[in-house]
Structure formats: structure tokens, C-alpha cells
Design a protein around this ligand. Sequence first.
Ligand code: BES
Ligand code: MN
Ligand code: ZN
Length: 530
Amino acid sequence: MTSIQVKSGKPTHEALDVLAVLLFEGDALDASIDRATGGAAARAVELGDFKGKLRQTALLYGDLGRAKRVLLVGCGPRKGQSLERVRRAAGTAASEARRLEARALGLVPPPAQGDLAPAGVAAAAAEGAALADYAFDRLKTEDPRAKGEAQADGSPAARAPKKARPPLAVTVFAERGAQEAVATAALVAEATNHARDLGNEPGNRMTPRALAAAAQALGRASGFKVKVHDEQALRRLGMGGLLGVARGSAEPPRLIEMEWAPPGHARGPALVLVGKGLTFDSGGISIKPADKMWEMKFDKCGGCAVIGAMAAIARARLPLRVVGLVPSTENMPGGRAVKPGDVLTAYGGRTIEVLNTDAEGRLILADALGYAARFEPAAIVDLATLTGAVIVALGDGRAAVMATDDPLRAAVERAGEATGELVWPLPLDEGYGEHVKGEVADVKNLGRGREAGTIAGGWFLRNFVPQGVPWAHLDIAGTAWASSDPGKGYLGKGATGWGVRLLFELARARAGEAGSSAKKKSAKKKGAKK
Ligand code: BES
Ligand code: MN
Ligand code: ZN
């Protein structure tokens, strides 16, 4: 885990392996930093070698007693400046530090100007660095004995897990006032990296039972409650969707129920987060082609994001009640598997015609969305790697958002803008509801083939959302993992943890609003008394 601290002193006075100086185009170079490189930094700017273009770098050598290296990193043009550009530049700095096998990294955030606040800029820099300082290498092994030495008995038991690469120790140079924002960014980044770990774990290790155990461990460590419903409990609850999908697998399903209920918010309306936790999606009887099927270990990333968000929300002790629900199963084509044409009964009694067993995410989410009614939901937000169609529509740039409530959708959009986890709206007009009306059952899990596939998925889910509850559905199939380096500077290949930061920001904003409207109300009361 990356350690992050804030210091308000002079960056050039610290012993650092790399001192990264983040600059927008045209920003003036600090004279003391230039001096630390013996004037090389200014020359790099004068010669035009470093212009400050986004993620451009110049590596310079300094005083071996202080900062051994100074790394200039570009944040791009001031016009259109954003925290996302700072995140990318800081991520680039951390990646470069890792390449140099550095431990101590100093970050000088770019000067805050215009609509960027100093604390926000410092926090974005910390976040970018912590996210870039991530690798999923726990499954690699090495021979602990000297390299090249012949193995005495040739036994594979002689190998050991590869020594974990030491994490970066990051110092962000900023005013004391930035401390809280940086600490929050650090804990949210850590929760995001935790979600990435869960997502990157292969299906044979991260089974539904293992995912539930991981949530329980994280709940103990972070202070949220976790209840795990096994098959017997699921049968009692009548969760025919989740049980139906699980039929083809040897691994039993689980419903992971999490709750953060801080003092003063133990009961009452909750923000309910729901995440698709398919630990492996083979497609079932409607089996997928072999090409890239392995990537379907990532089909649990919506659930992983919800688990990660619960940890961040609890650790930040946000003053609102939040419930997380993650239905989890494999989708496999076993002899007892659900078959095309079969009819399942979801939680709450609605019947579903399963026309394609590969449209399984909506079947397990149907149960969880219905179950959310138990928590007096003020709003429900679900995250799911639901459709390949959303990748066709939006690629890896944005997730799709569909909602029954304009203010909730707008809040999700704002949280996306603030965190760089961007969303784009798709409509849920009544007409699309026709696409998933059932022939022999209430609804069917397949729309009109290639026509509006993502919206059909959204509309299917809408049928199971408790009446009158504001709900937003995020289809994250394009953003939950990266098949190749997305070139952002702070995220590599594999699970991205997409959604942890957005959900945390959404919860934080809601907690703030509730607090301020309560204050306003009490202020009004006081005013009325006068
Ligand atoms: N998990 C997949 C969606 C997916 C596909 C995510 C490719 C990322 C990459 C989901 O369960 C699925 O298979 N959806 C089907 C639905 C269809 C049968 C209506 C799809 O998108 O093809
Ligand atoms: Mn599927
Ligand atoms: Zn799936």
C-alpha cells in the first residue's frame, strides 16, 4: 500500500529518490527547484525539450543528498485544466518512479488557478500516484535461491511467492489545509486498488464464497457490517434469478449484504448500492465463443466496486446510511444449468423467461434490486458489466447511465465529472419496455437482438426496482477493465476499480446535502421563533 503524507516545507530540502514537479503549459518553474538541478530544469524548458504537454516528462539529475532526481511532468494546457489532468500527470510520475525502482517520491502539484482549489489539486495528485502504484503480482513466484543456481531436487515446492515490490512512499508538498483532502483521496485510492485486486483475481480463486469472505474481512477491517446469504437462505427468500443462474455451476451462489450505519443514521432511508458479482461468465448453455472468454473473470467488477465503495465510505465515516448488495455466482453450462426457454421466478414473484442464458447479470440483479426495498431506499444505484452493446456505443471512455429520476442521474453525472469516472446518459422511454415484455412469462431476459441492447438491459432491471424509488443503472462493461494500457497514466491493464471513486463521491455529496438541508431547516425554525 502506497503511503502518502503531506508536507508544507521546501521540497528541495527532502531526501527523495524522485522529486516530481507537475506543471501546466506555461507555468513558471520554481527557482529553488531549478537550482536543485544546477539549472538543467530551466535549460530543458528553454530548449523546448519540456513544454508541459500532458504526461510529457523530463528526467533531470540533482543533488544525491537531497532529491536524487527531478522529474518535470506536464499537465497539458491551462485552457480546459482539470483535476483529471493532474491525476494523469501524477500517475505518470509514479509510474516513472517505479520504473526507476524508486521508493521515496515527492510530488509538487501544479499551482492552483481559476476553478482549481489547492486542496483539490493536491488530492488529485495523491490519488493519481496511489492508483498508478498498483500491480497485481501476488500470483507470480520465484526461486528464492540465487538466480542461475541449479535446483537441487528440481521440486516446484522450492519456489515461493515473488517478493512484493515495495510500495512508494509519497510526499505531497502542499499547505496544511490540504491534509484532510489528501487523506481522503488516499483512502479512496486504497479502496479502489482493493476492488482491482478482487477483480483481477481469477475465477478459480475468487469464487462467490471467496468474494463473500473477502467482503467480510474488509468489513471487519473498515467497520461496516456484512451478512452473507447462502443457498438455503436464498431459497427461503425466493431468489429464483440468482439460484437459476447458479444451477449450472458446482460453486454455490451467495448474496453479500453490507451496511454502513453510522451513529445517528442507524435507521431510516439508505443509499443502496447494488453490484453484479459474476465471478465467471461462460455464457452458460448459450455459451460464449472461446476468444477472450477468460476476460469474463472480470464480470464481477460491479460487485467489487460496491465492496470497495463500502470500505471507503465506512473508513471516511460518511454521515449517511449506505447498504451494499452483491449477488454473486458463476454462470456455467453444467448438466443442471438453466436452459433457453426456462422460466424463473425472481424475488417478489415476477416470472422471467430465460431466452439467452448469457443475459444472466440481469437475472441476479433482479433479485437484488427487489430485495433493496427492505432498506427504505432513498435511492438505488446499480453497477454491472451488463452488455457488450455498451462497449460498441461508448468504448472505454464512459459508462452508460440510465435512470428513473433526473436529480439522481445528474448527481451521478456530477460525481463522474469530479472523479474522472465519466458517464453518459441513455434513455429509458416507455417504448423500450416493450423489448423485454415476456411471451409466456412477465418479462424476458432478451430484447431485440442488436437493437438497443444496453437499454433493453436497463429496462429489464427497471421492472424489478421498488416502486417510486429513484434508481440509476450504470452499465460498466466498457470501463470495468482494460484489455490494454488505457494510456491515462494512472491505470494499467486489468481491473480498473471503476465506480469506487464515483460511488464514494456520490455518497459524500449526498451526505453533505442532507447535512446542509438539515442545517437550513433548523436555521429556518430558529428564524421562525424570533
Ligand atoms: N457479462 C456480459 C457482458 C459483457 C460482454 C461484458 C462482453 C464485457 C464484454 C453479459 O453477461 C452478457 O453476456 N451480455 C450479453 C447479453 C445478450 C445475450 C442480451 C451480451 O451483451 O452479449
Ligand atoms: Mn453473460
Ligand atoms: Zn455477464
